[in-house]
Write a protein that binds this ligand. Structure first.
Ligand SMILES: [Mg+2]
Length: 367
């Protein structure tokens, strides 16, 4: 089997319920899903998606994806997409970095491999280890509705993990987190995610003012060294997200004992091939994970579900249903949600079919 044609689409992802606010005043009004279609010489097509949110979140941006696909396409045509690791190595050979853009190509290879073999991607990623994976629900930055009402609604839907976006004034955020913590019931967990929004002193002030609370403190500062410094001076469970981009980052964090849990995001790591490696290192080291993606619609959500389902259950803290953060639908067959958990598809590949009307005309075609 060979990659005979590469199509690239760009579809809007309107955010359900208005702008998304996090960190220190970060705001997103709409996302964009860049979708790669790999057409094989056998007539099968594989699909992958990458949605980097906004240009100031990670070293990633929407406009970079068409440029990366244009750069790599001549090197990818003719390769066998059933060998995602070989395609990934070839991408790295010809272009340094740009994990977010390579991710859509890599995920499309996994989808195509699954379709060609007639098996779901989770079987190729280690096997189905969970039937239902717990989903976390996010409480974004103010302004928003009543926290108590929001928590009650989430609880009624079966959710037990709640991630609060923090990053404003540390004392005000500590008070806000405290008010939510007081509403929690046994078996429920709270994560305060600063998305690298604080300086070291601010993160320490927040940690000090919440020191009696049981919570996970996620990516307090931008730099790894600042996160490590905070980690050494707080009793909170420390989770690293944006600081863990590569396997090298993870090896360093393990050597430094820099975190207790890790957030694995498919596009941040560079696709399912590299996310699987990060996932397996974390599992082998005993670091439990959130398995998710940066942002995205149904195709990204499906990839998340296959990676999460094939993760050892005792190493999987929670996952996400990204498609439910957006209005509209770019593909059918997304993982379903039942009683606060994500249910993966058993159909071949990712188990999705694109909604071509939502994707529109391709922005680029290479053959
Ligand atoms: Mg995070």
């Amino acid at each position: 089997m060979k990659i005979a044609r590469i199509r690239l689409y760009a579809a809007p992802l309107p955010i359900k319920g208005g702008p998304w606010r996090w960190g220190k005043g970060f705001e997103m009004h709409a996302g964009t899903a860049h979708v790669v279609a790999l057409d094989s010489d056998t007539g099968l097509t594989g699909w992958g998606e990458s949605a980097p949110m906004v240009a100031f979140y990670l070293p990633a941006h929407d406009k970079g994806i068409p440029a990366v696909v244009a750069e790599l396409a001549p090197h990818l045509l003719g390769l066998d997409p059933r060998n995602p690791a070989a395609v990934d190595a070839e991408m790295d050979r010809w272009l340094h970095g740009h994990a977010y853009a390579k991710s859509a190509i890599d995920v499309a290879c996994w989808d195509l491999a699954g379709r060609a073999l007639g098996v779901p991607c989770h079987l190729l990623l280690g096997g189905r280890r969970s039937d239902a994976m717990p989903i976390f629900r996010t409480i974004p930055q103010p302004p928003h509705d009543d926290l108590d009402a929001r928590l009650t609604d989430y609880r009624a839907q079966g959710f037990r993990y709640f991630q609060m976006k923090v990053g404003g004034d540390p004392s005000a955020e500590a008070a806000r987190v405290r008010s939510v913590a007081a509403l929690l019931r046994p078996g429920e967990s709270l994560i305060a995610d600063a998305n690298r929004g604080w300086r070291r002193d601010q993160a320490l002030r927040f940690a000090h003012e919440t020191r009696d609370l049981s919570l996970t403190f996620e990516q307090p500062c931008d730099s790894y060294d600042d996160c490590l410094s905070v980690r050494r001076r707080t009793s909170h469970v420390l989770k690293l997200d944006e600081a863990i981009k590569t396997a090298d980052d993870l090896f360093r964090a393990i050597a430094d004992d820099a975190c207790d849990t890790v957030c694995v995001k498919i596009a941040k790591q560079g696709g399912l091939t590299k996310a699987r490696t990060i996932r397996d290192i974390c599992a082998a080291r005993g670091l439990p994970m959130t398995v998710e993606d940066v942002w995205g619609g149904e195709i990204a959500s499906a990839a998340v579900a296959h990676l999460a389902a094939s993760t050892p259950p005792d190493m999987l803290l929670n996952t996400t249903d990204l498609q439910n953060y957006n209005d509209g639908e770019i593909a059918t067959g997304a993982p379903t949600v039942a009683d606060g958990c994500l249910i993966v598809s058993d159909r071949p590949g990712l188990g999705i079919e694109p909604v071509m009307a939502a994707l529109g005309d391709p922005v680029a075609v290479y053959d």
